[in-house]
Design a protein around this ligand. Structure first.
Ligand code: UTP
Length: 293
């Protein structure tokens, strides 16, 4: 019987050291791109993919994430009183009624693999999505996760979102080697976490989008500490690949690494140029500003 993807895991317990000092007291996932926090873009992408249960793996300093998705009675009352109906509607529609949120705690930031494993009691025995909110992906249409769910519905196997990166940057990513089975789709032959360019098997990098079968949990349980002393999801995927098909998928769209200062800045520029309220004013400003560089 074929299965559907109904749950998404958002590992948001990382320390965000690359974004300090902004992330000293504020969760990285709450940093706004134009006017929305990163976590909201991630949840909207999951909703667009038909996902109904959002599982957040949180840690210290992350209380603003549940607060963001909770109903804010005082704020709603104030907006109602002052007749700000548009804003009120926007707040009330943040999460559709059929969507539920579950918060799980990762007591210690032991790595992405460990964070995903913390969601096991909620995920159960089902395939599920993983979205890293700091990888913001804009595809101008249905969203990256929806693209991956469509592929999953045909293949019923684990899928990693991938992108070709500058060969000099392989040490920042999980890197895969694959055999192409269809346009944009490959069957994984190997995966390695953060290889130096001279030993990287390719420049095809795993980004923050995964669909995983529940067999991954058992693999994480037997994965020791890997690169950076962390329990790496990449190492568990390398073990999973030996038992079952794992696919790579070159998604359509542009990715912004908002965990880096430069990527975060790019995202703000690009989303600013798309934002219906400010795009014209911002584009005019940029044109004028660039002429002075
Ligand atoms: P990153 O590698 O971006 O780490 O984690 P980080 O701690 O968030 O940021 P830097 O590198 O210190 O700046 C990738 C994703 O995995 C989550 C992070 O929250 C991020 O979404 N993560 C990482 C966890 O949830 N727990 C961990 O133990 C590690």
């Amino acid at each position: 019987m074929s299965k559907n993807i109904t749950k998404a895991v958002f590992p948001v317990a990382g320390l965000g050291t690359r974004s300090l000092p902004a992330t000293k007291a504020v969760a990285k996932e709450m940093l706004p791109v134009v006017d929305k926090p990163l976590i909201q873009y991630a949840v909207e992408e999951a909703i667009a993919a038909g996902i109904e249960t959002m599982i957040f793996v949180t840690g210290r300093n992350k209380n603003s994430i549940p607060d963001h998705f909770d109903k804010s009675y005082e704020l709603e009352k104030e907006l109602e009183k002052s007749g700000k109906t548009e804003l009120l509607k926007m707040l009330r529609e943040l999460l559709p009624p059929h969507v539920s949120c579950v918060f799980v705690r990762q007591a210690e930031a032991l790595g992405l693999g460990h964070a995903v494993h913390c969601a096991k009691p909620v995920v159960g025995d089902e395939p599920f999505a993983v979205i890293l909110p700091d990888d913001l992906i804009e595809d101008g249409s249905r969203g990256c996760m929806k693209q991956m769910v469509e592929l999953f519905n045909k293949e019923q196997s684990s899928i990693l979102g991938v992108e070709r990166v500058d060969p000099k940057e392989t040490h920042k990513y999980g890197i895969v080697e694959h055999t192409e089975t269809a346009p944009k789709v490959g069957r994984l032959k190997s995966i390695v976490e953060k290889p130096k360019p001279e030993v990287a098997p390719s420049n095809i990098a795993v980004v923050g989008r995964y669909i995983l079968t529940p067999a991954i949990f058992e693999k994480i349980e037997t994965t020791g500490r890997g690169a950076g002393g962390e329990i790496q999801l990449t190492d568990a995927i390398a073990a999973l690949m030996k038992d079952e098909q794992v696919l790579s998928y070159e998604f359509e769209g542009n990715r912004y690494d908002c965990g880096s200062k430069f990527g975060f800045l790019l995202a703000n520029v690009e989303y600013g140029l798309l934002h219906k309220e400010i795009k014209d004013e911002f584009a005019a400003y940029l044109k004028q500003r660039v002429s002075r560089v």
